[in-house]
Design a protein around this ligand. Sequence first.
Ligand code: NAD
Ligand code: TYD
Length: 360
Amino acid sequence: MRTYLVTGGAGFIGSNYIHYMFGKYGDDIKIINVDLLTYAGNPENLKEVEGRDNYTFIKADICDREAITKIFAENEIDSVIHFAAESHVDRSIKNPEVFVMTNVLGTATMLNAARAAWEKEDGTYPEGKRFLHVSTDEVFGSLPEGEGYFYEDTPYAPHSPYSASKAGSDMLVKAYMDTYHFPANITNCSNNYGPYQFPEKLIPLMINNALQGKKLPVYGDGKNVRDWLYVEDHAKAIDMVCENGRLFETYNVGGHNEKENIEIVKTIIQVLKEELPADDARQAHLNEDLITYVEDRKGHDRRYAIAPDKIKKELGWEPDTMFADGIRKTIRWYFDHAAWMENVTSGAYQKYYEEMYSTK
Ligand code: NAD
Ligand code: TYD
């Protein structure tokens, strides 16, 4: 039975990954989820798996060397799937230091602990050990409109404190592979969307605001392009890399689904109108008048677009969910989980929202 140490499993992608893995492997795997439960970590995302005998949750900081070392000492970990990070660009612009702490120092701590636990005296590693570092396409910087793609060998050119800290963490993983022959992979994925995404990110923020008749704050001219992937397809890619990826390789993950932000916002309004009953009172305010252009994000990257040729060719990965279906599924999920949204938008998040958008 393989044991996975998942970091940041209470966040958006991590919790979707854990659901995907138990859905696929059932009782044949063991998952240990280490999460500090920051504002972005929500144990409610995992309540269906909490009772499983093959699932353990540990509240710990990935920067806490003692706590992480103890987890490796007490468990025979086969695979580390490292999601834990500070993940929101706007927050990184307001408060960069915590991004360096968690994303760079936290990754260094994870790498160090895994190496100490796994490396044999002769400097080799037992068969089957693998550290999979989950990263982003934002490390590659920004592409011109309508021209070019990010490949695995595209030079790094991060612009935001978030992407710079992720680039730093990727470089550490590369250094461990080069220096210690440490068995790792890096995946660089495009923007994800789907269930359990915290409503500070574009898609859930717009769904939540539109339902409440609040303005829809579009940064700049709304023509920045992101390459959207349904989160379950990312979980599938991570599993495929972990199962069959060549060690020491990087894999880009994305589904060729580029969209301007303004198109996303208009699609959300449209799908919400279609999905709500015709006599629902909210139909009255659901229209494009809600769209408000606000001050642009500082250093706003213009376009991201992934070339997923390598993961397709080597591992046969392809996305299963196209955007038209994925956005509808996502909107339905938010309809069905109104209490989830209520819980995460109360208290601390409300304060953050006011701080972030009061000047926009
Ligand atoms: P998220 O912000 O939803 O979740 C992050 C999780 O990490 C939370 O559960 C949080 O509690 C935990 N965490 C934060 N600091 C921690 C610490 N010091 N110790 C332990 N746990 C800590 O993020 P996400 O969107 O799920 O992203 C997960 C990973 O995937 C990140 O590494 C991110 O860079 C990467 N990624 C995200 C996207 C995207 O579109 N969201 C795309 C590509 C890659
Ligand atoms: P986001 O979801 O924060 O992801 P990232 O910046 O990591 O790509 O933002 C996606 C795009 O949407 C990005 O171009 C910024 C834009 N955006 C808005 O226009 N308004 C908003 O309120 C937010 C949160 C994002």
